[in-house]
Ligand binder design. Structure first.
Ligand code: NIG
Ligand code: FE
Length: 430
């Protein structure tokens, strides 16, 4: 029998986790159910997965242009990081020193530091500078297995500077193996110039900025355009009513919705996310238990960001265990940003999540792959190793998903394959 052509055949995978889901994220008890194949192989053609099965079976079926021997390692889908603020200029290392000495994140923000500090640096930067400062973060993400990342605007906070951030994200996407999914976050902070009249800023976002972003989106069909509008619903940022106004207008303009809720104070953002049919509700640290139940019954994906409390030196985390136990779909993200979580590593998030939220390594792996993909509306394209999906996958030098969580602080990723091409490979260890 004639063998089928393939661009790539990866063989001798010790344990291949498909993270396959039928139609929607893995929720409730299903989030723990692992589908594993031993001595597995995966065939790739035209950047897509052709087949997943046993090495013996696929070896006989395909005639590949290239072969990779996984040497008994673990293979998973590429990680999807569904919530970051990774595009910014400057840093805030001195604020970290202040926080260690006892200042709170909110105190620093109220004093004009925090997000506004990064806004000033980002406004002052050219697109080229923004691209140059962001690219090394993408490199570190890729080395830790992230193959698709959501990146928010929100450090411009003028129409012109928010569009500059979208330009930077489009350039970064074009020049880097990682796929970028941009999100518009014009409502990230009340800029200093509107401090005495926050509602006037909300008016500006609704009347000027959102329509301008929608025009930019419609004028750039080939570029990665913002599909989502997000709002930081929090004391000192945007109230529940202000958040609702912005999100409702965004929905009218054809954006899907995401919301930062309950990071510090529970303002009622979780019920708002459910009511508006948001694709995700993110942070969920101070979420009351009745809101956890409401969220778990909804189609909105819960995105936990354990790097944020950890980065702030806090010991209170998203009730991830309760969300899954109530039947919800939990995803994980780094929140990579210069204030609360200066981290590009999904493996570290997996390790933190298992300990801080008492979720299992299997649940955490699904949270970082298929559920994260659904958290950015891309679950039909990425997040699992199923025929027809994009061939984004990782070869790890650990034997199982348990080891992904058991170890921390070192990188388990040995090789990153994106759209069927090897885009990163660890140098030989000394
Ligand atoms: O997700 N919550 C709002 N935004 C970020 C922090 C951004 C910053 O401090 O620059 C977060 O924690
Ligand atoms: Fe965030």
């Amino acid at each position: 029998m004639e063998r089928e052509p393939a661009d790539l055949l990866i063989t001798h995978v010790g344990r291949l986790i498909t993270c396959a889901a039928a139609d929607g994220p893995k929720r409730g008890a299903a989030q723990h159910e692992i589908e594993a194949i031993h001595d597995a192989a995966i065939a790739v053609g035209s950047g897509r997965i052709l087949a997943v099965g046993l090495t013996e079976a696929l070896d006989g079926r395909f005639a590949p242009a290239r072969r990779i021997d996984a040497a008994g390692g673990l293979v998973t889908p590429g990680f999807v990081d569904p919530h970051t603020h990774a595009c910014y200029a400057g840093d805030r290392a001195d604020e970290f020193e202040l926080r260690i000495a006892g200042a709170t994140y909110q105190q620093i923000m109220a004093a004009g530091g925090g997000i506004m500090r990064t806004v000033r640096a980002t406004r002052a930067a050219s697109v080229e500078q923004l691209v140059a400062e962001t690219r090394p973060r993408l490199d570190r993400m890729l080395a830790h297995g992230t193959t698709t990342v959501e990146i928010k605007t929100g450090y411009g906070l003028t129409t012109e500077d928010e569009l500059k951030m979208l330009d930077a994200l489009a350039r970064l996407d074009a020049g880097h193996p990682i796929s970028i999914v941009p999100t518009f976050l014009g409502a990230h902070a009340i800029p200093a110039e509107y401090r005495d009249n926050p509602d006037a800023y909300v008016d500006m976002v609704v009347d000027e900025m959102l329509p301008a972003v929608a025009r930019w989106r419609d004028a750039h069909p080939g570029a990665p355009v913002p599909r989502f509008c997000d709002v930081f619903c929090e004391t000192g940022a945007f109230s529940l009513e202000q958040s609702r106004r912005i999100l409702e207008r965004a929905r009218e303009l054809g954006f899907e919705l995401k919301i930062h809720v309950d990071e510090f104070d529970p303002l009622g953002g979780t019920p708002l996310a459910v009511e508006l049919g948001a694709v995700s509700a993110d942070h969920l640290v101070a979420t009351p238990s009745e809101h956890v139940a409401l969220l778990a019954r909804s189609a909105t994906v819960a995105i936990a960001l354990p790097g944020t409390p950890f980065g702030l030196g806090h010991y209170h985390f998203t009730p991830g265990r309760a969300i899954i136990d109530a039947g919800g779909a939990l995803a994980l993200a780094t929140d990579c940003n210069p204030g609360t979580s200066v981290c590009e590593s999904i493996p570290l998030m997996i390790a933190l999540a298992c300990r801080a939220m008492r979720i299992t390594p299997a649940e955490a792996l699904h949270a970082a792959t298929i559920n994260a993909a659904y958290g950015i509306g891309m679950g039909h394209e990425i997040g699992s190793l199923q025929p027809g999906k994009r061939a984004d996958l990782l070869i790890h030098d650990v034997p199982s998903e348990t080891h992904l969580a058991y170890r921390f602080g070192s990188n388990p990723v040995k090789m990153v394959i994106k759209d069927g091409r090897v885009v990163w490979e660890r140098g030989a260890l000394p």
